[in-house]
Each structure stands twice: as C-alpha cells, then as structure tokens.
Design a protein around this ligand. Sequence first.
Ligand code: TXA
Ligand code: MG
Length: 338
Amino acid sequence: MPFSVKGTLLLKEDHRSLEKAAQIIKSGGLVAFPTETVYGLGAAANNAAAVARIYRAKGRPPDNPLIVHLSDCDQLKSVARNIPDKAFDLASCFWPGPLSIVLTRNEKIPALVSAGLPSVAVRMPDHQSALELIHLSGVPIAAPSANLSGRPSPTNYRHVLEDLTGRIEAVIKSTPCKVGVESTVLDLTREQPVILRPGGVSKEQLEKILGENILIAELEKQNGTPLSPGMKYRHYSPEARLILITGLASMRFTVIKILAAYYLKLGFKVGYLNTSLQGSLKCNASPEQLASTLYDSMRRMDQQGIDIILAEEISPAGLGLAVMNRLKKAATRILHVG
Ligand code: TXA
Ligand code: MG
C-alpha cells in the first residue's frame, strides 16, 4: 500500500505506481508530478470537471490559464489547430523541454483549461515519469505549477506536500526538478512571436531557430493590459519581504551591507539571495545554479522565519532573464542604485 497523508497518496516512480497515478487522472483526480522545470498539478485536459478542481485546489484565479502537457507530438493536433510551421520547428528543437507554445485552441479542449481564451499553451516535459504518466493516462494533462497560488513554485515533492496535502489525490515522489524555474511561454498566435514568460529556454535560443526577433511581453503592453493573464499577478512570493537591489555593480554591495546592518539592528532576521554577503546563494553562481535553487531558498527562508530577503540582480543573459523575472515578481521593493 502506498503511503498516504490526509488522503493524499505518496507514489513512487515505478511502473505500477505510475499506472495507479494514471488511473487517478483517468477517473478525474489530481496528481502532482515532477517535470524538469517545477512540479505540475495534473488533471485530464479533456475533463472540465477535473480541470475545475485544479483551480480550487490551488486557489488559482479563474482568469489564469493552464498549460497542456503532451507525451507525443501526435497529440498536438488534438489540443491545437491552425498550427504554424514555426511551432513544429520549435517543437522538434526544444521538445521534450522547458518551452510552452501558445497556439489556437482546439474545441476538444474545454475553454476552462485556457480560462476562456481562444488559445492554449502546450509543452512536452523533459522528464521520464511525466512522459510515462501522460502516456499511461491516454490523454494530454493540463497542469499549472503544483503550489498554492502565490507561493513559490515547488521544485521537490516536499514543497508540494507543504502546500497541497489533503487537497489532491496523489504526489509522485521524485528527485528535485533540474531546471528549477518554469518553462518559457512563447505566444505564436500574434503577428510577431512574444515571450509571455521567460523560462528554461532562452530568447537567444528561440531567435536562433526562428531567425527573427522575439518580443518580450514584460516590456510590451497593449493599451495598458498585460499580454498574458499570468503577468498581472505577484507570483513566486516568499512570506518574507524581498528587496531586490539593481544598478551599478560596485555600489550594490555597499547598499546591501548598509541595509543588512540597518535591519539587523532593528531586530529583523535577514536572509540573502545571490549576494556577496553570507547566504545560500553566492553572487558568482551561474544562472543555472541560481535557477535550480531559487524557489527552495525562498521556502527555506520562510521556514527559518526570515523577515527580510536582500537579493542582488544578475545579468539577464540566457537563463538570467527568467531568474530576474522571478526576482522582480517576488520583490516587495526594487532598489536601483547608481
Ligand atoms: O514549467 C512550467 O511551465 C510548469 C510545469 C508544471 O510545466 N507549469 C507552470 O504552469 O508553470 P503555471 O500555470 O504555473 O504557469 C502557466 C503560465 C501562466 O503565466 C499563464 O498565464 C500562462 O502560462 N499561460 C497559459 N496558457 C496561456 C494562454 N493560452 N495564453 C497566454 N498565457 C498562457
Ligand atoms: Mg505557477
């Protein structure tokens, strides 16, 4: 018998356990599963009632659409229609992998999956258990990140249990997610491709394949409305107040030192992310290392009762753009120096 806490099963990654997980998906249940980016909270994408339960379990705003996960490119046609050649070019280069492509939604996919939008985001995760689960379920799986809405995304099964125990049928126990930040969301339904959310595949990598410039939605707005529903929420937030220090590199360290001394003197517990001061992340870490530890560091600092997190900016090249996007969204204050 698999281990269960408050009705949530903790499943292993062997074939029998994944069959059990697939059975749960087929019968309209919710299963949290590992991917290479973060854990997903999955339901059968063609089952509107099951998809509605995802929104409830996470406390997710009803206007924030989900990503549909495939195990096979052949499933793409059952999820999207009028698929441009660009989508196939990108899929053949980056799938399985951390790229979600926004396409025109096929009517077979309930509108609820896309929060009523005529489009749908699709990706194929680069994780053996995720691929096997989707395959055994026999349907594409709709899945947002498996956290309570507003909390940092889960990068290991313990994070999922912290947030969703008793709210979902099962969690698959795997090793920590490799990439650590979510997939890149690329919208191909517009005249020019737009990155709605930077993630595991960089702008540079995408531009190389498409041979054209890609816009970044953070920098674009249409009549003051964000281009993607997800952009308007303050995501990825630890409970602590996070102050992001940007600007002149030579001055950032001095400012961080002054701020740390000030808050410590006031009796606050101070934590550090990517700073040259003490802390779990050092400023000479690569963007890949930062990405893979970012959410776990935020959750740990919350558990330690840290009041203030001081974080230093990193270069937006490659995966750095995704890390900076998450830091800006988590920040209660951005302090620009120099
Ligand atoms: O790496 C990932 O993408 C993870 C794993 C589980 O696959 N999933 C994930 O899902 O991060 P979620 O729901 O936390 O984020 C999905 C993002 C949101 O910002 C949402 O607004 C955007 O994708 N999105 C989904 N469908 C969209 C659509 N049709 N049009 C525009 N944006 C969409
Ligand atoms: Mg999320």
